[in-house]
Structures are given as C-alpha cells and as structure tokens.
Design a protein around this ligand. Structure first.
Ligand code: MEV
Length: 301
C-alpha cells in the first residue's frame, strides 16, 4: 500500500511558482493506493465513484493523468490501481498531488521499482502537470516526503525539525477552487503590473524566511503574526474570499495566533495556528458554524 500525504502551505503560496520559497507541512490525511496485475490498465477511485482507463482525450483529465504516469515506465504496465481518497478535492490540501504520489508509489510497489521520496515527487509531476499546467512542485514534494520544510522550485526540500508539533485548525470553506485558474489570475496581474506583483512576492519571500526561523525556534507567536501578514499579501493579489476572511477573523477572535488561506485561494481551506490543543478546540468550536468541514491537525512531529 502506498501513501500520498495531503499538505498545508504555512507561508508562501503563489510566490513559489515564480521561484520564491514556501514553507509547507505534510498532514496525516491523504491518499492510500494499491496496484495489482490486470488484463488492462484501470484506475478506480471508489469514494468519487470513478473508474477510468488511460486516455489521450483532452476532456478526460483523470484518464490523461493516469496515462502520463503509466508512460513513465519503459513499457506502460497493465495494472488495476485503486485509490482511497481521504482529502477534499479542490480545497488547497494537495489532493491531486497526493493522488499522483500514491498511484505512482502503488505501481512502483507492484513492479518492484525503488525510488527515493524526492524522485517519486519529481516523477509524479507528470500527473500534476495535466491538472495544473505549471505546478511549482511543492504539493508533490510534501505529498511524498511529509514533515515541515522550505521548498524552492527545482531544489531538494530543506527540512526543519520543529521543537514541538504545530497545532493547526484546518477549515474548508466548501467552495472549491481550481489551482490553475488562480495561478493564471496571478499570472495576468503579473503581466499587467510586474513591479507591483514582484514587490508582493518579495514581501512573501521575506515572510517565509522569517517563518522558517520561527518554526525552528518554536516561536508560534511570531509564526502566527507572519501568517496574518501573508494573508494580507495574498488578499492584495485577489486570492481571498469573503468566507476565507470570515473564517480567519473568527479564528483570530477565538484566540488563534494567526490565520490565512492555504493553497491557491479563491475558496478552499483556511489554516489557523493555535498555541496548543485546548486553544485549537476553542478555535474549532468558533468556526464550526460556517466551515463546511473543520479539523485539528498536529504537524511536524
Ligand atoms: C498550490 O497548493 C500552491 C500554489 O503555489 C501553486 C503551486 O505551487 O504550484 C498556488
């Protein structure tokens, strides 16, 4: 059985697409996959009631992505792959990258192919590119390696060992967003006004560098303040929504040290940092009324 983790971006989404750093963490929820020999290749995802064969039809994204993963082998194998998904899709928690990593891992297991976590992340990008066009690779890297790390496009992950686990409240707005659409929207803003958008990315990069130091030192108050700053910068790129703002506001009022959207924005999830478990439960209680789903995640242990 192979596993691809979900992830949260603590700081730095979008800038990371342009070569700036991001600070991210793997979460315990994700995708489990198994592969067995079969007469034809087939991917099934029971929770979505989906069964697809590899395809080259542009309208069949899942079939094309599956085909892209089969094509990483010298001769595409005939395997029936079953993926159990325990993450919401289009919610900023890296569901598609987790799927790609888990499916590749399951096929590697069935075929006796060995790869490092870094290689698996890199190769699984063939899947991710079908959905996102130009992914930075942060989701796949975290889906494969987990932990807490600074990611830089094209470079190995720089892992950080936090002094204690980070306690996060993760809340789904219930509004799904396409990463590609949101990345394209930032791309258009960048084309129109490169100086302004590069300035925002530079500020986000500074927030990430300070955030990495805060995680290393276990300074959750500083990390929370940096998350709030990052949220303001993301909102200036039109990536936040009323519901995300409401969730951040309620979380802060209930004692969260900081709160922001995570992933592409435009919907999806909010993350709030809590000082410890009891405080996370208070935050969870405060946002439960408006979040579609919310849970506490301990990351970095
Ligand atoms: C998506 O989880 C994060 C983005 O920065 C896109 C990417 O890094 O590919 C919005």
């Amino acid at each position: 059985m192979a596993f691809g983790r979900g992830k949260v971006i603590l700081l730095g989404e979008h800038g990371v697409v342009y070569g700036h750093p991001a600070l991210a963490a793997g979460i315990e929820r994700g995708v489990h996959a198994t592969a067995t020999e079969a007469s034809t290749a087939l991917l099934s995802i029971p929770v979505w009631d989906i069964e697809v064969a590899p395809s080259s039809d542009p309208a069949e994204s899942l079939g094309r992505a599956f085909g892209a993963l089969l094509n990483v082998y010298d001769s595409p194998p005939c395997l029936a792959v079953r993926a159990e998904v325990a993450l919401p899709a289009g919610a900023g928690l890296g569901c598609s990258a987790a799927l790609g990593v888990a499916i590749l891992g399951a096929m590697d297991e069935a075929l006796g192919v060995e790869r490092s976590a870094e290689e698996r992340a890199e190769v699984s990008l063939a899947w991710e590119r079908v959905f996102h066009g130009n992914p930075s690779g942060v989701d796949s890297a975290m889906a494969s390696a987990g932990g807490v790390a600074v990611f830089h496009k094209g470079k190995p992950l720089d892992h950080i060992l936090p002094r204690n686990a980070l306690t996060l409240v993760i809340a789904n707005t219930g509004d799904s967003a396409s990463t590609k659409t949101m990345v394209d929207s930032v791309g258009r803003q960048h084309e129109r006004n490169p100086e302004r958008v590069d300035g925002v990315f530079d500020a986000i990069a500074a927030v990430v560098r300070n955030g990495a130091l805060a995680v290393g030192a276990g300074d959750w108050k500083a990390l929370g303040q940096l998350m709030d700053l990052n949220q303001g910068l993301l909102a200036s790129l039109l990536l936040s929504t009323e519901k995300l703002e409401d969730l951040c506001h309620l979380a802060r009022e209930a004692g969260a040290l900081g709160a922001k959207l995570t992933g592409s924005g435009g919907g999806g999830c909010m993350i709030a940092l809590a000082a410890e478990r009891t405080s996370a439960e208070t935050v969870l209680h405060a946002i439960e009324g408006i979040a579609e789903e919310a849970f506490i995640a301990e990351v970095g242990t």
